[in-house]
Design a protein around this ligand. Structure first.
Ligand code: AMP
Length: 295
């Protein structure tokens, strides 16, 4: 595995490699969820480029940029064992040199959910992903369903700016008790870690009632809201039932039309996110890839 520390080094390598190229962008502090993206990329491409970059422009003021967990030696070991060919690890100064002033803004789908909670977050995501696409010129780029709104934003930007890149969406990897794996889970104290399962449990409860035929969105949301509110360590941000392509919040759920259920809550220090498609049977790679984002 070759570690590329500069834009020039990446460009030189990129000019030399042919065949199908898979890109896995990450912010590091890798866990099995990230590695599942790497595994799909390894299976489906001739070369795999992973990137580790804690992108400052996607952190809103007051967020955890400085304290975001980092462990580069461990990450490099994991990527090497998984058969990654190249890892690009730029610095902020390389990606955003003095005088930097160009940003990508995907308008409507960046507004709700995380966009409403994190000012400028998706502008930062869309900008860095555009830069990484230009630099690495991949055939397929791999993203996790874990950040479902991010997938929708990136699918839009890819189509709207004519990037010749296929966006692959990979299912959410979970701990045994259902908690979605996340680099930020490391912030949870043991009691908070127990409370953190409330997000998954709330989604499952909504999914089960949805499965009995209930289509009243207000009632379904209230099931999740009440469960999260009943946990003394969890501070609810939102329980959302939205159209999985437009992310518009839904009042009425139409039979046979999939819905994206998203939940966000602060548990102790970290804000935790989770989501699933309803009906619950759709949470597999094929269905998620087809349903999430631009149709
Ligand atoms: P991050 O390092 O948090 O920016 O994540 C890098 C990529 O890994 C993103 O596309 C995430 O959606 C994806 N990812 C994060 N957590 C998980 C998970 N639990 N399962 C699958 N993919 C994930």
């Amino acid at each position: 595995m070759q570690v590329l520390e500069t834009i020039d080094a990446l460009r030189t390598v990129r000019q030399l490699i042919g065949g199908k190229i898979g890109l896995v962008p990450t912010m590091g502090y890798l866990h099995a969820g990230h590695m599942s993206l790497v595994d799909f990329a390894r299976q489906e491409n001739d070369s795999v480029i992973a990137t580790i970059f804690v992108n400052p422009t996607q952190f809103a003021h007051g967020e955890d940029l400085a304290s975001y967990p980092r462990d580069l030696p461990r990450d490099l070991g994991l990527l090497e064992s998984a058969g990654v060919d190249y890892v690009f690890i730029p610095t902020s100064e390389m990606m955003y040199p003095q005088g930097y002033q160009t940003y990508v803004n995907v308008e409507d789908v960046s507004q709700g959910l995380e966009g409403a909670q994190r000012d400028g977050h998706f502008r930062g995501v869309a900008t860095v992903v555009s830069k990484l696409f230009n630099l690495t010129q991949p055939d397929i780029a791999y993203f996790g369903q874990k950040d479902a709104q991010q997938v929708v934003v990136i699918r839009h930007l890819t189509r709207d700016l004519n990037f010749p890149v296929e966006i692959a969406v990979c299912p959410i990897l979970r701990e045994e008790d259902g908690l979605a794996m996340s680099s930020r889970n490391v912030y949870l104290s043991p009691v908070e870690r127990e409370s953190a399962t409330v997000l998954y449990n709330a989604m499952q409860a909504i999914g089960q009632v949805y499965g009995t035929g209930e289509r009243n969105a207000k009632l379904l949301r209230a099931i999740g809201e009440d469960m999260i509110d009943a946990d003394p360590l969890a501070q609810r941000n939102y329980v959302s039932l939205a159209d999985p392509a437009t992310l518009d919040e839904l009042d009425i759920l139409i039979e046979n039309r999939p819905v994206l259920l998203s939940v966000a809550a602060k548990v102790g220090r970290p804000r935790l996110l989770d989501n699933c498609l309803l009906p619950l049977s759709l949470n597999n790679r094929d269905d998620v890839s087809q349903i999430l984002g631009v149709r």
